[in-house]
Design a binder for this molecule. Structure first.
Ligand code: FPP
Length: 230
């Protein structure tokens, strides 16, 4: 396991890409890939909080993903229902708070209810915060914050603007990991990742192991973060 130290990121964000390709390679339906992705996600997050990371934000569904075929969305919604109904108590016992960022009005109402119940049940967990981005878009997040600033009728500075985002009370991600070979940010935490370190893995998400995560931490620890300064 990676050593917890000054170079351990406080907040890691992960774009969990490649479930579909993982399934295709095995001649399985895409839904099997998503199911394998959830299984890996649950085991990986357990490991993530053992490394000393305090916030872990996972991209589970973007606003654009909501345009996928109905059949695929139905499968993903089913997985969300299962996850929130059966994992909130386990997370609470482990001291992990669950948070969801995204536009819940884009999801079936019962999922919103399960999410709110899961958040309430796990509130105050001190070991870490697991943030799931569901129905989330970075541009939409920025737009909503900008509109809120306009409503308030006063110019805002960076700090105030950050506090208006859905991640308002969290530190910015130190490390952004993307699995699945693609080298892009796909409308994830656009404002928040201004100075995040990026790490790309060629592995499809269901095969991204705890050891692969440790490799990413090692790479992060070797980076020289200058935040634009010399
Ligand atoms: C992108 O890869 C992944 C998604 C759109 C979904 C990711 C979701 C999970 C891992 C499950 C989340 C579940 C819960 C309960 C929060 P892709 O499947 O589009 O893969 P591809 O790029 O290979 O087609």
């Amino acid at each position: 396991m990676a050593e917890v130290g000054a170079n351990t990121p406080r907040h890691v964000a992960i774009i969990m890409d490649g479930n579909g390709r993982w399934a295709k390679k095995r001649l399985l339906p895409r839904s099997a890939g998503h199911r394998a992705g959830v299984k890996r996600m649950i085991a990986l997050t357990e490991h993530v909080f053992d490394t000393g990371v305090r916030y872990c934000t996972l991209f589970a569904l973007s606003t654009e993903n909501l345009n996928r075929p109905e059949e695929e969305l139905k499968g993903l919604f089913g997985l969300f229902r299962e996850f929130f109904a059966s994992n909130a108590e386990t997370l609470r016992k482990k001291g992990i708070s669950l948070r969801v960022i995204g536009d819940l009005s884009l999801l079936p109402a019962d999922i919103g209810t399960l999410i709110r119940a899961g958040e309430e049940r796990t509130a105050g967990g001190e070991r870490g915060t697991l943030v799931l981005a569901i129905g989330y878009g970075g541009r939409q997040d920025i737009l909503a914050a900008a509109n809120e600033a306009v409503r308030r009728g006063k110019e805002v500075d960076e700090e105030t603007f950050s506090s208006l985002l859905r991640t308002g009370d969290m530190p910015a991600p130190d490390l952004l990991i993307r699995t699945g070979k693609e080298l892009r940010i796909s409308n994830f935490l656009l404002w928040q990742c201004a100075y995040s370190e990026f790490y790309f893995s060629e592995k499809m998400f269901p095969e991204f192991t705890d050891e692969d995560f440790d490799e990413a931490l090692k790479a992060y620890a070797a980076r020289d973060r200058r935040f634009g300064k010399l």
